[in-house]
Each structure stands twice: as structure tokens, then as C-alpha cells.
Write a protein that binds this ligand. Structure first.
Ligand SMILES: [Zn+2]
Length: 247
């Protein structure tokens, strides 16, 4: 699988009417909460993807919120979910991965950290716990979708990232472990931001992350089964099937 980013959600009988609009609101609220955590001063930077043609429009939109947009890297377009950024191809659609900050100086510091591959500093500015950045740097080399490497005996719902491909999550980083207490603290700030945007979304995301769930990955395809839908997307091509139940 490459950057086609395919994501599919098949709703189970009787749940589409309720959960399809809920998933749309979850996606929208989580996206806006990324920006809100920066506005709230809970982190220095969040990242967003901006189409090449819309950069100045976004700069103005964010300026009104007191935020600064800093283009970081030019990448190929994708639809759905992306594990890694791909270089743009000439004459193919592309966009900028941008940092959003409260000041120009922090935007430049983030750009420098990203450009210099200073992942620890970039992680710090993004508000990611140091334990998680350290684990990410080790795990990502082995498996870019490292769920089997981070699943612990206890899973805090706030650290459950098995539905992130479909937009439902309380953290925007990969935790070092599903029982990482530092990630739970980060999640609290994200939840506070979601409550400012669309409070019902918090209950729905908790319902999904707390509920019965199966993460099933094999040959580059991962299926995540919930009581309301079956989500399918691309993943690291495991040669041995890995199933994690009831996180
Ligand atoms: Zn951690």
C-alpha cells in the first residue's frame, strides 16, 4: 500500500443513521480541537494540511484566531488516512504540511526542528510526551503502524488509537503504550478543547474507545471491528496475522 490512503467504513445494520452523522461530527470536532489546543496554550504547535492554492486564505483565517501558519513541507495529496508523507509528483495534486502556532518565532522553531530532523524537539513543540516520542523513534523503524508494539495489558480509552484512521481519538500522537499516563494528561487537554467545540462528541468517542473492539491486521490491511461499524484501511504489511481484541 502507498499513499492512496484508502479508508472505508461499513455501518452495521441499524446503526448507519446514527453513527454516520456522528462520525462526521467526530472528525470535524477532532480536527478543530487540534487548533483549539494551540489557542488554549495547551501545546505550542499543531499541524494541518493545506492545499497549495489555499495557503493565503488559511493564513488569513488563522490570523483572525490569533494563530500563525508556517508551511513546513510540500507533500503529495492523499485521501483518507496517511501513515507517512510522500514527496509530491510533478503535475499531480499536492499540499503543504503546515505548523500552526501562536507566534511566528515558534513556527520558525518548529520548521527548524522538522527540517533538521530534530524529532525530539518537534515532538516537544507538538506537546507529545517525551516517553512517546522516544518510543515512536524506535517503533516507527520497525512498523509504521505499531499497534502490536504499544498494546499493554491495560488500555486507557484515552490512549486507544485503533480508531484514529477513521478520525475518532483523544490524542494526536502514537503513545509509547496504551497505559501511558502522560498521554492521558495530553488527552485531558484535547477533551477540554472538543468540549468547547461539540461536547456530545466526547461521549461518542468514549463509547467507541471503551466499547468492545477488535484490531485485526494482515498483509497491509487492517480491519477494526466495533459494535456499530467495520472500518478498513491500509497498514504495515504484517506477514503474520495479528489480532488484538477488546483494547
Ligand atoms: Zn508515553
Amino acid at each position: 500500500m502507498n499513499n492512496d490512503g484508502f479508508v472505508s467504513i461499513s455501518y452495521k445494520v441499524g446503526h448507519k443513521d446514527i453513527w454516520e452523522p456522528r462520525m462526521a461530527r467526530i472528525n470535524q470536532a477532532c480536527y478543530r480541537a487540534e487548533l483549539q489546543t494551540v489557542v488554549n496554550g495547551d501545546r505550542d504547535v499543531c499541524t494541518i494540511h493545506v492545499n497549495v492554492d489555499n495557503l493565503s486564505e488559511w493564513m488569513e483565517r488563522l490570523r483572525i484566531l490569533g494563530l500563525v501558519l508556517t508551511p513546513i513541507v510540500h507533500v503529495a495529496d492523499f485521501h483518507g488516512y496517511n501513515h507517512k508523507h510522500q514527496k509530491p509528483t510533478p503535475n499531480k495534486p499536492s499540499h503543504w504540511l503546515c505548523g500552526v502556532t501562536r507566534t511566528h518565532e515558534i513556527g520558525q522553531a518548529f520548521k527548524e526542528a522538522e527540517g533538521g530532523c530534530n524529532h525530539k524537539e518537534a515532538g516537544r513543540l507538538l506537546g507529545f510526551p517525551e516517553c512517546c516520542t522516544d518510543a515512536f523513534l524506535v517503533n516507527f523503524r520497525k512498523n509504521f503502524d505499531p499497534q502490536p508494539l504499544i498494546t499493554a495489558e491495560t488500555t486507557y480509552p484515552e490512549c486507544n488509537v485503533t480508531l484514529r484512521y477513521f478520525g475518532a481519538r483523544f490524542i494526536s500522537h502514537l503513545p509509547c503504550s496504551t497505559d501511558c499516563s502522560a498521554s492521558r494528561e495530553v488527552a485531558k487537554k484535547f477533551i477540554k478543547a472538543i468540549k468547547m467545540i461539540d461536547p456530545e462528541v466526547v461521549d461518542w468517542v468514549y463509547e467507541l474507545l471503551n466499547g468492545p473492539l477488535t484490531w485485526d491486521s494482515y498483509h497491509g490491511i487492517v480491519e477494526v471491528d466495533t459494535p456499530y461499524f467495520l472500518g478498513v484501511t491500509h497498514s504495515f504489511p504484517l506477514m503474520e496475522r495479528k489480532i488484538i481484541r477488546k483494547l
